[in-house]
Structures are given as structure tokens and as C-alpha cells.
Design a protein around this ligand. Structure first.
Ligand code: NAD
Length: 260
């Protein structure tokens, strides 16, 4: 049961994070969403979340690459939501390029958003979770936390990093009723993936259609994209009381990719 819990989901104005926010709200959780987007889209999402959960949701526009904005978001969450029971570190970006051309600012940005942001949010929520003896921290990693692909050096490094952060924090808080797990999707057709199709085609010198068929779906034995709802269901399960014995794990939702 996660009914009555409060949750923050970073990067939840789009894609997987949006799906997780909708699922947690449907399960009775009061949510704080975060991410970029048009004001009207965010207002529509907040209205949908309120309808699903019956509880007023909140929005923080904090930029996850900026520790000061993350700190402000965590303070807002405590004021508006109250106790933060569930933290889902989901915000992430991608950039595809051979290492010799990889822009240093893109490397720094990916490490900041996809890895360091989770350090800052986790550091902020752990004391409260410890004092209440209950907490759930879910880090959206990736199949790329377990295996690599060429031209994604920063992303693969950040995702391997968050898998390590997950295990370390899980050990530190294990006696306090707090679980810390990673969820690792394969390819999900979200704006993040759509945007990398042309860049991958360029880096590999192949067509965009071939990127989908021979680079992305060829990795997944199901030959299908993973669906947002599949990932959201895994996250909701890990947030439940039933999953109290699962911590420090890296749950793949990758159509069999990393089983090969
Ligand atoms: P997406 O582009 O659809 O959504 C990303 C979200 O993060 C958006 O809400 C965006 O506004 C937000 N965001 C981006 N930069 C931000 C910043 N600086 N501060 C705050 N918010 C920011 O992407 P997605 O595919 O839904 O990816 C979500 C997570 O899932 C990422 O961590 C990604 O690495 C991971 N993932 C995605 C896939 C996939 O195939 N789509 C596979 C494995 C893992």
C-alpha cells in the first residue's frame, strides 16, 4: 500500500517520470512533480494528478543540474507536501557522440542531472525517512547501468554511477525501514529516445529507420519498445510495503536486453 504517502518524482513533466507520477497518484499518493515544459501542459498534468489521487499535487521547476535549486525544491516539498516518504530520481538527459568529439559541457551536464542530482535529493530526504522509520528511494537507472553502448560515454558512466550510489545508500539505511533500489528500463519511446535517433544515425552513418531496428530493438529480445506503464508499475511495486525485503537491487525492465 502506498495510499496516503507523499512522493517527489524528478523530471516528471514528460515520458517515464510523468507515467510514474500518474501511477503513484492513481495509487493514492500525493505527488510533487518537477521538470521543464509549457505552463499549460504542466497545469493540465497537475489537474489530472489531483483527479487521480484526490490530493493537491505540487510542481517545482527546479533545474536538477543546480544543487542550490535542488535544495530549494526539497525545502518546498517539506513545506507543501509534508514528510517526503517516496523519492523517485528520474530526471535525465542523453547526448550521443564519439568520445573525441564529446562536448565537455555535455559531459558535465549529464553527470550533474543523471547522477549528482540523486546524491543531493537523497542526502536531503534520508534524515526524515530515518526519523520516521519508513522510506522508499527509487533511482531510474537504465540497461546502460549494466551494459554499455558506443557513443554514450557520459550517459553510461552516469548510469553505472547511479547503480553504485543505489547499492551504497541501501546498505547505509537498511536498518531504518528505508529501501533504495534502481529500476533499469531498456528502450522506451519517449522524447529522450526520439531525440537521439537522428544523432545515432549520424554517429553510426546509418538511416534513422535502421537505428530503431538494428541499434535499439535488436538489443531487446522482445523486439518491442518497453512501455512507460511497465516501468511505472515496477516503481509502484518497489514503493509498496510488500517490497520491504527488496533493497540495493537493480530491477531490469528491458525486454530481456541484459539477459544476453
Ligand atoms: P524525457 O526526455 O521524456 O523526460 C525527461 C524529464 O526530465 C522531463 O520531464 C524533463 O523536463 C526533465 N528534465 C530534463 N532536464 C532536467 C533538469 N535539468 N532539471 C529538471 N528536470 C529535467 O525522458 P525519459 O525517456 O522519460 O527518461 C526519464 C529517465 O529514464 C531518465 O533518467 C532516463 O535516463 C531514463 N531511461 C530512459 C530510457 C528510455 O528509453 N526512454 C531508458 C532507460 C532509462
Amino acid at each position: 500500500m502506498i495510499q496516503g504517502r507523499n512522493a517527489i518524482i524528478t523530471g516528471s513533466t514528460s515520458g517515464i517520470g510523468r507515467g510514474i507520477a500518474l501511477k503513484l497518484a492513481a495509487d493514492g499518493t500525493r505527488v510533487m512533480i518537477n521538470g521543464f515544459g509549457e505552463d499549460t501542459d504542466i497545469a493540465d498534468l497537475l489537474a489530472e494528478l489531483e483527479k487521480l489521487s484526490g490530493k493537491k499535487p505540487f510542481y517545482s521547476p527546479a533545474d536538477m543540474s543546480d544543487p542550490a535549486q535542488i535544495e530549494a525544491m526539497m525545502a518546498l516539498a517539506e513545506n507543501e507536501l509534508g514528510d517526503v516518504d517516496i523519492l523517485v530520481n528520474n530526471a535525465g538527459i542523453q547526448f550521443v557522440s564519439p568520445i573525441e568529439d564529446f562536448p565537455t559541457d555535455k559531459w558535465n551536464q549529464i553527470i550533474a542531472i543523471n547522477l549528482s542530482a540523486a546524491f543531493h535529493t537523497t542526502k536531503a530526504v534520508v534524515p526524515g525517512m530515518k526519523s520516521r522509520g519508513w522510506g522508499r528511494i527509487i533511482n531510474l537507472a537504465s540497461a546502460h547501468s549494466l551494459v554499455a553502448s558506443p557513443y554514450k560515454s557520459a550517459y553510461v558512466a552516469a548510469k553505472h554511477g547511479i547503480a553504485g550510489l543505489t547499492k551504497t545508500v541501501a546498505l547505509e539505511v537498511a536498518e531504518h525501514g528505508i529501501t533504495v533500489n534502481a529500476v533499469s528500463p531498456g528502450y522506451v519511446l519517449t522524447p529522450l529516445v526520439e531525440a537521439q535517433i537522428p544523432a545515432t544515425a549520424k554517429a553510426r552513418g546509418i538511416s534513422e529507420k535502421d537505428v530503431i531496428q538494428t541499434v535499439m530493438l535488436s538489443n531487446q529480445p522482445t523486439r518491442k519498445f518497453v512501455e512507460i506503464e511497465d516501468v511505472a508499475a515496477a516503481v509502484a511495486f518497489l514503493c509498496s510495503d510488500t517490497a520491504k525485503g527488496i533493497t540495493g537491487s537493480n530491477m531490469t525492465v528491458d525486454g530481456g536486453w541484459t539477459a544476453q
